[in-house]
Ligand binder design. Structure first.
Ligand code: SF4
Length: 69
């Protein structure tokens, strides 16, 4: 799956990191990003993380995370 995080919406509250720490982290600008190690081949996030990703998508209060299958 491909994940995008809208930097204009993300407010850096780290909810995604708390819900899915194997997938998301805040960078030094307090913007969420996908951990490099969560990626499988190419730019896709490994399918094994789907449940955690869906939790973070549902928990993000800014609706900043999108998942494209
Ligand atoms: S939960 Fe949403 S607003 Fe909060 S850091 Fe993650 S992407 Fe940004």
């Amino acid at each position: 799956m491909h994940i995008t995080i809208d930097p204009d919406l993300c407010e850096g509250n780290a909810v995604c990191e708390a819900l899915a720490p194997l997938v998301f982290e805040l960078d030094d600008q307090d913007q969420a990003r996908v951990l490099p190690e969560a990626h499988g081949p190419g730019d896709e996030v490994a399918e094994e993380h789907r449940t955690l990703v869906e939790r973070a998508v549902g928990g993000c209060p800014r609706l900043a995370i999108d998942v494209l299958d």
